[in-house]
Ligand binder design. Structure first.
Ligand code: ARG
Ligand code: ZN
Length: 474
């Protein structure tokens, strides 16, 4: 009855194109880390130890703030950037890595002094003029230029800087942030952001957080944005296009900024009107909306095939269905505010956002969540839905596949029917509150569920998120 989710095409690609790139050895990160046998390493690691994406993120430091200055020319597709990172060393550092894929670095300083650097694949390896001490705060400034493009994910989908006919669709899950700015590109590290983006007059550049203003001079317009609450790099956007802009403040004080491709305006108007009421409905279920800003970026980007919950302001590749708006909005709590520390835990994002769609339908004249559950359960035992456990997708090629979304949602429905509505919603609200603007793991979630409900839920979670194959009973 509701149109299929837009990532359906991608999802098929997942299952058929999988495995090829999926098994970069976990040991690689450790090998490249250069940690001496004595263990007193003074070089940051090239990854944070995520088995699915061993080179994503970097060890040895935390980025507190990104100040991104970008200029994009949609005709030549050239991006000129200057990124200033405010960083704190978490160990002594004679050398550290940033993630940056493609693009040419033209200058690099640490605390305003020229630093040595070299490139190795997606790693930008920085040698500061003098060693940085543990807990030292320093600024890294990187000037760069080039023609950015997306990365191809293990499932065959594209993410990162994806050019469109009038600009670029910018979405970085799971690894595309490195295609347009240097940084610590793993969700384990969350930071605040400032964006200053210059585009030809007539185009609009939309990023995360609060819109601070725009200025036009010499045929170019500069847009300024500020994301105050911590954000994972994959949730950053700087989407550029010809957009119709709408701004208002909701009754509860959230600043809304919508940017809509005029070609998608008619098809998206009715759904976008519901954004404040969707956020309000979700806030009733999950607790206060985590941010001061909200909105939507509705682009026309058929080559993308999915929407992304970019923080405060999801980016849609086309006019979204209401269920998609509900889904990306739910991610503001589950994924954006409460962020995973390892891609293996992706069901904490997608299972929760999908179950929110079921709940929305249930409370707005659609099928009950039980009915949706029953329909999914009727899926044949040899279907891909049962091909791996939601909490153990096995590789980066599977993180956006059906078991994560649908079986993840089924697991939450089982939790709800086992604990009762009262305890279930208490669990969700406590989860969102205790990990707000931070991180959460599957083990923390299951422990919380047991604590709040007072029930032993071992068997339930083992069956529904920890085991592959169709459970013998619904
Ligand atoms: N998190 C997005 C959603 O469920 C999907 C992102 C898919 N990304 C990708 N590279 N295939 O709405
Ligand atoms: Zn999602």
């Amino acid at each position: 009855m509701r149109p299929p989710r837009t990532y359906a095409g991608t999802r098929t690609a997942v299952l058929h194109r999988g495995a090829v790139v999926a098994t970069v050895p976990v040991a690689l990160a450790a090998l490249l880390a250069g940690a001496g046998p004595a263990g007193a390493a003074t070089t940051g690691t090239p990854g944070v130890g995520d088995p699915y994406f061993p080179l994503s993120g970097n060890g040895g430091y935390h980025v507190g703030h990104y100040d991104l200055n970008l200029r994009y020319d949609p005709t030549g597709r050239r991006l000129d950037g200057k990124a200033v990172l405010t960083v704190r060393a978490t160990q002594k550092l004679t050398r550290f890595n940033l993630d940056l894929n493609g693009l040419k670095v033209t200058a690099l300083t640490v605390d305003n002094v020229k630093a040595g650097f070299r490139r190795s694949g997606q790693e930008l390896i920085v040698s500061p003029p003098r060693a940085l001490n543990r807990n030292q705060t320093f600024k890294v400034a990187v000037a760069y230029t080039g023609v950015p493009g997306p990365v191809i994910d293990p499932d065959g989908s594209k993410d990162g800087w994806i050019p469109t006919d009038d600009g670029a669709f910018v979405a970085g899950e799971p690894q595309g942030a490195m295609t347009w700015f240097p940084g610590n590109s793993h969700p384990k590290d969350k930071s605040s952001y400032d964006f200053t983006i210059t585009v030809p007059q007539g185009r609009t550049a939309v990023a995360n957080g609060v819109f601070l203003g725009q200025k036009t001079a010499g045929g170019r317009t500069t847009f300024r944005w500020r994301q105050t609450e911590p954000m994972a790099a994959y949730l950053a956007t700087a989407t550029v296009g010809k957009f119709k802009v709408e701004q208002y403040t909701t009754p509860s004080g959230i600043k809304v900024y919508n940017a809509v491709d005029p070609r998608e305006a008619a098809a998206s108007a009715a759904v976008l009107k519901k954004l404040p009421s969707v956020l309000e409905w979700e806030a009733k279920l999950f607790g206060p909306y985590p941010y001061r800003a909200a909105g939507a970026i509705v682009d026309r980007a058929p080559q993308v095939g999915y929407a992304l919950e970019t923080q405060t302001r999801p980016v849609y590749d086309r006019a979204p269905a209401l269920s998609t708006l509900v889904h990306e909005s739910a991610h503001q709590w589950f994924g954006d505010s409460v962020t995973l520390t390892s891609w293996k835990d992706i069901w904490l994002n997608e299972g929760f956002a999908t179950y929110t769609e079921w709940l929305y339908a249930e409370q707005h004249g659609g099928p009950s969540a039980q009915k949706t559950f029953d329909e999914r359960y009727a899926t044949a035992a040899d279907d891909a839905l049962w091909s791996f456990p939601p909490a153990d997708p096995g590789s980066g090629a599977n993180i956006f596949a059906r078991p994560v979304y649908d079986r993840g949602a089924m697991a939450l429905h089982k939790l709800r029917t086992t604990t009762g509505d009262r305890a279930f919603f208490q669990i969700l609200r406590t989860w969102a509150a205790q990990h707000r603007n931070g991180h959460g793991t599957t083990a923390q979630f299951t422990a919380l569920a047991e604590r709040v409900s007072g029930k032993d839920l071992d068997q339930l979670f083992r069956t529904w998120i920890g085991t592959k194959g169709k459970p013998s009973a619904p």
